[in-house]
Design a binder for this molecule. Structure first.
Ligand code: NAD
Length: 368
């Protein structure tokens, strides 16, 4: 396995390999950048096919966190960690405590949180070995589930996108929401309160039925969502939903949702621009949860967090204007903003879609 020549190694400051046979822990912590502050990013536990896949995943995700934190204007860098193993079989309190010891050895350069395969409650064990943890349960002084705050940021992003592309507010227009989980559900509530009509889908028909009852939403089959007549498409399920098959079917004016890695490939960003579909880059619009958990470090203040999250709308407006001025895809404009905030000396490498794994499964990152 190669490390330094791995494409995603990019300009990582530090990569730590951890092995503790006593508790069956094999993990990697990647610190991409501490230029703007300590590197914050979730800890993912996943039964990777091999070590190279785990390394690739952690490197790509940690670099993505640098971009996400910089775009959100946070005094944080980007990092990530992965534990190699099946969370259903091998996740024990001892293993989690040992992970905490590894995090603690970095002395605060890396701050961990929940992610795919780990839960808020798991971090009560991690917390026993280190204080460099955020996203803790409320009972432990944390901020609990970040999803409603992620949804709030997405809502502000939709408002900004609709104002930019259509010059109006949400009342009376139609939003197609894909995925009615933690983020999608809270988003539906905000949209319904703003007077938008909803068309929704979820692979779980019970959730779809509940959305129809609660928000008067129209239900469509999961594959039909790409072709519905709606001004806005809000992907809130899995990644790579804008791809060669779905894009030709889309008639939306704005795509703005909470899912990570919405574009299957960078060129889909260019195609969206050509088709005059305004795309809100995912790593900008879905940073609400990160803003919330990050606030734990300095003491959670809801009013301050909500105002920072509202700033996602202002950041997107800047990105949309820059993209229009330069005739570039919005994710390229977002990367320009990130480079500006990083002082231009970092080498962010890839583009906005490099925030993680494009094969991301639905139960994807909470924080990242
Ligand atoms: P979740 O697992 O709670 O919800 C996902 C929902 O999507 C589920 O209800 C699932 O049944 C549904 N779904 C899965 N495949 C589908 C398909 N093909 N069509 C329609 N519905 C489908 O996850 P979540 O926490 O709501 O996160 C949603 C997305 O937002 C993920 O991509 C996640 O990475 C991203 N994200 C979440 C947060 C957060 O704070 N929760 C933060 C940043 C990014």
């Amino acid at each position: 396995m190669t490390v330094f020549s791995t494409e995603s190694f990019a300009d990582h400051e530090q990569v730590v390999f951890i092995s503790d046979d006593r508790v069956g822990l094999r993990a990697i912590i990647a610190v991409h950048s501490t230029k703007l502050g300590p590197a914050l990013g979730g800890c993912r536990m996943y039964p990777y096919a091999d070590e190279a896949s785990a390394l690739r995943d952690v490197l790509r995700l940690s670099r993505g966190m640098t971009f996400k934190a910089a775009a959100a204007g946070l005094g944080l860098g980007g990092g990530k960690s992965v534990i190699l193993g099946d969370p259903r079989k091998s996740k024990t309190p001892d293993l989690l405590r040992a992970m905490g010891v590894a995090v603690n050895r970095l002395g605060g350069r890396y701050i961990t949180a929940e992610d795919v395969g780990t839960t808020v409650d798991d971090f009560a064990w991690v917390r026993q070995s280190t204080r460099h943890v955020v996203g803790l349960p409320e009972a432990l002084g944390g901020t609990g589930d970040p999803s409603p705050t992620t949804a709030l940021g997405v809502y502000h992003g939709i408002v900004a996108g609709v104002a930019h592309r259509l010059g109006r507010d949400l009342r009376g227009l139609t939003v197609a929401v894909q995925g009615l989980g933690n983020v999608g559900w809270s988003l539906c509530r905000l949209l319904a309160e703003a007077g938008a009509h909803l068309v929704v889908c979820d692979i779980d028909p019970v959730l779809a039925g509940k959305a129809a009852a609660e928000f008067g939403a129209k239900i469509v089959e999961p594959d039909a969502i790409y072709a519905v007549h709606a001004e806005v498409f809000a992907p809130c399920a899995m990644g790579a939903v804008v791809n060669d098959k779905t894009l030709p079917r889309m008639r939306f004016r704005v795509i703005a949702g909470g899912a990570n890695n919405q574009l299957a490939r960078d060129e889909h960003g260019r195609q969206l621009r050509e088709r005059e579909i305004l795309y809100a880059p995912d790593f900008v619009i879905n940073a609400g949860g990160l803003i919330r958990v990050a606030s734990e470090h300095e003491g959670f203040n809801r009013a301050k967090v909500d105002s920072q999250v509202e700033g996602i709308g202002a950041t997107l407006r800047r990105i949309f204007e820059l993209a229009d001025r330069e005739g570039t895809p919005t994710q390229s404009a977002a990367m320009r903003l990130v480079q500006e905030r990083l002082g231009g000396s970092s080498k962010p490498g890839g583009t906005a879609t490099s925030t993680g794994n494009t094969n991301e499964r639905p139960l994807a990152e909470r924080v990242a």
